[in-house]
Design a protein around this ligand. Structure first.
Ligand code: PA5
Length: 474
């Protein structure tokens, strides 16, 4: 039996949501009164029924089970890449990049790429989620393309950024290795939509599919994230196991027993009190990019101008990324003394994977010596506690999610919890949390500007927009 299949181990790895500091009892009058949560029970129950009824359409909820079927194939491809290449480059953007970045940062050595090959668990990894020409050109300076595998990921199979990257790197590969370029490229895309599937079929590329009904930002637990994780030696079965464990908790209709629903309900009430900003502040470098992944999930899902009935509501809460303790020395002043327009969510770790002692020295300097004998673990956890205290004392709403440790199981739990939290918040707001018309508008305008066929009307619309006036530029 693998460790994550053991029930006792699973319970010991359960992540916890502590929302004491959202309540009036802890933050005072700006907080949420416990009866405020209880009084809205009909609202929570209706939203729970709504989410359960729509489960059939939320195919991402089944990924912990459906993706088990392709784990072997993913592991075989990962083994092929690990055996034949020194570097693995992911080409993708948004939901096709942020998950791989977050999971790799959480579960691989924090200096993965800097380690010598013999000590590194897998090839070097670069996730190219931008088209800055300087950045793309600089990649050629640090990789040997003949020893590099690429995973091009685009659900729609047509995103300009990713397709232009594909053109760049396949052209360079052709030059470097000729016909063998196809052995260097894995495609991850929809099985029908877009052009990547056509290119993959025409060239016989290894291909994985983003299942139907799984949107970009909800796709980390399918090949979008799983292949990259497997290439980096991460146990993807444990990751899926953690997500399945959270699915059981997050399917509980009673919000007092469901951490995902409770977190969404608290944010919903807080939004009603004017908290239009949500700060996610992990106290671990391993979780730093989890905040980026979450920011996309929360912003792109909830930022909607119209509700499901078509009424203009301009919904959403602006996600802000922070890192403990680093941002204690930049943003926390605002969080303690600034406006009451935010909810802070601390992301803590009970047991870090390393323990590091602070050495003894300078006994004659009391202000330095007090640190001696402690560990960095104690220091970072005390600073988290101290910041929670300061933020609470100043009356600002905050809550804490704690991972017993950072491993594939708890990361699977966390990803899944945030996804269900987002779906529940969408239900409470009566919006479609799974589309992104604002993003599509920008994509279509880009196609029009670059002369893509079929975008004449959009091109005309763009040229009819008010021209920028020189007088307004100084
Ligand atoms: O969540 C989403 O749908 C988006 O952020 C997409 O992930 C992003 O636009 C990239 O799209 P695609 O994977 O189709 O290239």
């Amino acid at each position: 039996m693998k460790r994550w299949e053991d029930k006792a181990w699973q319970s010991s790895m359960r992540i916890r949501l502590d929302f004491n500091n959202m309540l009036t009892s802890h933050v005072g009058s700006r907080g949420i009164a416990p009866n405020e949560i209880a009084e809205k029970s009909a609202l929570w129950e209706a939203a729970a029924r709504g989410v359960a009824a729509k489960r059939d359409q939320m195919k991402w909820r089944e990924l912990p089970y459906t993706q088990n079927e392709i784990v072997k194939e993913l592991q075989e491809t990962a083994a092929y890449i690990r055996a034949n290449f020194d570097t693995f480059v992911v080409l993708g953007i948004g939901g096709s990049a942020l998950g791989p970045i977050a999971v790799q940062q959480a579960l691989s050595h924090l200096r993965h790429n800097d380690l010598p090959a013999a000590k590194r668990n897998g090839p070097k990894l670069y996730v190219e989620d931008n088209i800055d020409p300087e950045r793309l050109a600089s990649l050629f300076d640090v990789i040997d393309i003949k020893r590099t595998a690429f995973n091009v990921i685009t659900k729609s199979g047509s995103t300009s950024e990713t397709m232009s990257q594909l053109l760049l790197f396949t052209s360079a590969l052709r030059e470097a290795v000729g016909e063998n370029w196809t052995k260097h490229v894995v495609a991850t895309t929809d099985h029908r939509a877009g052009n990547l599937i056509t290119i993959a079929r025409e060239n016989g590329l290894r291909t994985f599919f983003v299942p139907d009904g799984v949107g970009g930002r909800f796709s980390e637990l399918c090949p979008v994230g799983l292949l990259c994780a497997a290439v980096c030696g991460i146990d993807i079965e444990e990751l899926l196991g953690g997500a399945a464990y959270m699915d059981a908790l997050a399917s509980e209709p009673n919000i007092w027993e469901n951490p995902a629903y409770m977190a969404a309900a608290l944010e919903y009430i807080a939004m009603g009190k004017g908290c239009n900003i949500g700060v996610l502040m992990p106290y671990a470098d391993s979780l730093k990019y989890m905040a980026d992944w979450y920011a996309q999930l929360w912003a792109e899902s909830l930022g909607k101008s119209r509700n499901e009935e078509g009424a203009l509501i301009y919904a959403g809460q602006t996600p802000v990324k922070a890192l403990g303790v680093t941002d204690q020395h930049s943003q926390v002043q605002l969080y303690t003394e600034g406006p009451f327009d935010k909810v802070l969510t601390f992301l803590g770790v009970e047991r870090y994977r390393k323990e590091l002692a602070i050495p003894h020295a300078y006994d004659h300097l009391a202000d330095v010596a007090f640190l001696s004998g402690h560990t960095f673990n104690e220091l970072i956890q005390s600073e988290q506690r101290a910041t929670e205290y300061a933020v609470t004392k100043s009356g600002h709403l905050n809550k804490t999610i704690t991972l017993p440790e950072v491993n594939a199981f708890t990361i699977g739990e966390l990803l899944y919890m945030f996804e269900v939290q987002t779906a529940f918040a969408g239900e409470l707001l009566h919006i479609n949390a799974f589309d992104q018309p604002g993003v599509e508008e920008g994509k279509n305008a880009t196609y029009a500007l670059l002369g893509k066929q079929g975008y004449d009307a959009k091109r005309q619309e763009l040229s009819a927009a008010p021209a920028k006036e020189a007088a307004n530029t100084i």
